[in-house]
Design a protein around this ligand. Structure first.
Ligand code: DGL
Length: 278
């Protein structure tokens, strides 16, 4: 049983790489829905039904634990899926809460009342759907008081990354950072709230300035998985090796992924619902 990692596209590979680095003994099945990416410009029902069907495909093929390495799916679909009920022995985890716990200096499971935290002015960069869900502000309000969050919907960035157009992606990042700074001139911290954005972390840092602390999800999510696996060792059992599956063009995905991660990644094409064999 491998652990499933799901994203709409290639951005979740940033989370895959951090998990693989931190927990090399785990077997991981990366599954992306490139045929339908980007999710961040879709409406909530659409994001929910696409996410739900792909997570069920992973569950039905033996990945008992699925990580949504996608903020858009985590923000828009995760709570609805959990409310609808998760089948026995299966779990789905998002990437949103670990970064909020880091920002609010909390350990997992610390449900104490909201309190003041060090960071007061926080910039959030995310997809249009994540920003309009307000999931980040909701989760933050459970844990912290007095934090001013300015969110910037970064239209176009995910498409440009998926197309492999890094010149356009970098130009878009710079213009989104400028737009954010017009609303919040001096953020103390910035959250890269889309798993595609760590691929452009240096561009964000240059545009924001060296004094802004960037909170990037991959390492934080990997660390929180270490903790989860310690508490749920049954989720860690042998699978059929690391695999990379896509609903899109596997050759293109392999080329772009190899370029992004600077190591050879070979995707296999699958249709949602076919045997994924985790
Ligand atoms: N990488 C995803 C996220 O973290 C998905 C972006 C998209 O499909 O728009 O939000």
């Amino acid at each position: 049983m491998a652990i499933g990692i799901f994203d709409s596209g290639l951005g979740g590979l940033t989370v895959w790489a951090a998990i693989e680095n931190r927990l090399p003994e785990l077997e991981l099945t990366y599954f992306c829905d490139t045929r339908n990416t980007p999710y961040g410009v879709r409406d909530a029902d659409d994001i929910y039904s696409l996410t739900r069907s792909h997570v069920h495909a992973l569950w039905n093929n033996g990945c008992n634990l699925v990580i949504l390495a996608c903020n858009t799916a985590s923000a828009v679909a995760l709570r609805r899926m959990q409310e609808e009920g998760v089948p026995d022995g299966r779990r789905v985890l998002g990437v949103f809460v670990p970064i909020i716990e880091t920002l609010t200096e909390r350990q997992w499971g610390d449900n104490s009342p909201p309190r003041e935290v060090a960071m007061k002015n926080v910039a959030l960069f995310a997809t249009p759907a994540t920003v309009s869900s307000r999931a980040f502000q909701r989760e933050l309000a459970f844990r912290a008081i007095g934090v001013d969050v300015e969110a910037q919907a970064c239209g176009g960035v995910v498409d440009a990354i998926e197309e492999g157009d890094m010149i356009l992606s970098e130009a878009l990042v710079r213009s989104h950072v400028e737009a954010l700074k017009r609303k919040m001139p001096n953020p103390e911290a910035a959250i890269l709230g889309c798993t595609h954005y760590p691929l452009l972390q240096e561009v964000f840092q240059r545009a924001l300035g060296p004094e802004v602390k960037i909170l990037s999800q991959p390492a934080i999510v990997a660390e929180s998985l270490v903790d989860y696996i310690d508490r749920h060792p049954e989720m860690k059992s042998p699978g059929s090796g690391n695999r990379f599956l896509t609903t899109g063009d596997h050759v293109r995905n392999s080329d772009h992924a190899t370029r992004f991660l600077k190591r050879k990644i070979v995707f296999e094409a699958v249709w949602s619902g076919t045997a994924l064999e985790c």
